[in-house]
Write a protein that binds this ligand. Structure first.
Ligand code: SF4
Length: 258
């Protein structure tokens, strides 16, 4: 059922029925997720002195990795599920104008630590040169995004555009081991191939949701186009009028995914 909420500006918030049965997808992917775990297990354990401080962004991931994280969420009490889903929706709707931490971060702990994504496991293990290339690509992507928002008449805050996490030199493997970029790239390729077995979902997750779990979950709640529309109005309201009322209304409509 579609629920619409009139607002003084004429904006309506529409909840869409979930188009995807997440429980079933999680069940059907059990064997692939076991294989994913085997690949994760071959990435050396790390010790990090800045626990949690680098988790300012939700990393990109494959669809299979997203399902693994959602399987952890599924096993949590209802209040945790709603809380994390609201954080995901807030993250998606607000990330053009404010820096908020990864929605899985709770205090200094990661809710899905044992099942965290490849991007989290490899952070700090890439060589400085390799990571710089990734950071440069990211900066270029941000410039394009900034231009797109400018065309819509919205100037994003400079501190968000220039935000970057300094590469961490304090991550160590435990026990100490030599890790090469090639080894990490090979593990990443294996994970992508495995996730490809979830097609057409994997392709849709990449193509429609840009490998962004926060977009995917917001799209599940409101529909992908509505999610983008709401993001535009919320960003505009907050940047131009410091008005968070639409964001608050949207968050109050977030439902349990399971
Ligand atoms: S998933 Fe966990 S480890 Fe990865 S960025 Fe989020 S909080 Fe940090």
């Amino acid at each position: 059922m579609e629920v619409s909420l009139p607002r003084k500006t004429g904006i309506m918030i529409k909840n869409k029925p979930f188009q995807i049965d997440l429980r079933k997808l999680i069940q059907n992917s059990a064997s692939l997720r076991r294989d994913l775990q085997k690949i994760y297990d071959r990435i050396p354990a790390t010790r990090c002195l800045r626990q949690g401080q680098c988790c300012s962004l939700l990393p990109e991931m494959t669809f299979l990795e997203a399902l693994q994280a959602l399987s952890v969420l599924e096993s949590r009490p209802l209040s945790d599920r709603i809380n994390v889903t609201q954080k995901m929706v807030r993250y998606f709707l607000g990330n053009a104008m404010e820096i908020s931490s990864c929605p899985f971060l709770q205090g200094r702990d990661c809710l899905i630590y044992q099942d965290r994504f490849f991007g989290c496991r490899a952070y700090g293990l890439w060589s400085g040169v390799f990571y710089q290339n990734l950071a440069d690509q990211n900066r270029q992507g941000k410039r394009v995004l900034q231009q797109q928002w400018e065309k819509l008449g919205i100037s994003l805050p400079a501190e968000v555009l220039s935000f970057k996490i300094p590469y961490c030199s304090q991550v160590e493997t435990d026990p100490p081991l030599e890790i090469s970029d090639e080894m990490l790239s090979a593990a990443s390729d294996r994970i992508e191939n495995l996730s490809g077995e979830m097609n057409p979902w994997d392709q849709e997750f990449r193509g429609k949701y840009f490998s962004d779990l926060s977009f995917f979950l917001t799209g599940l709640q409101f529909g992908p186009q509505e999610a983008v529309r709401l993001k535009y109005f919320i960003t505009k309201d907050i940047i131009q009028k410091a008005d968070r009322s639409l964001m608050d209304q949207v968050l109050s409509r977030v439902k349990d995914l399971f």
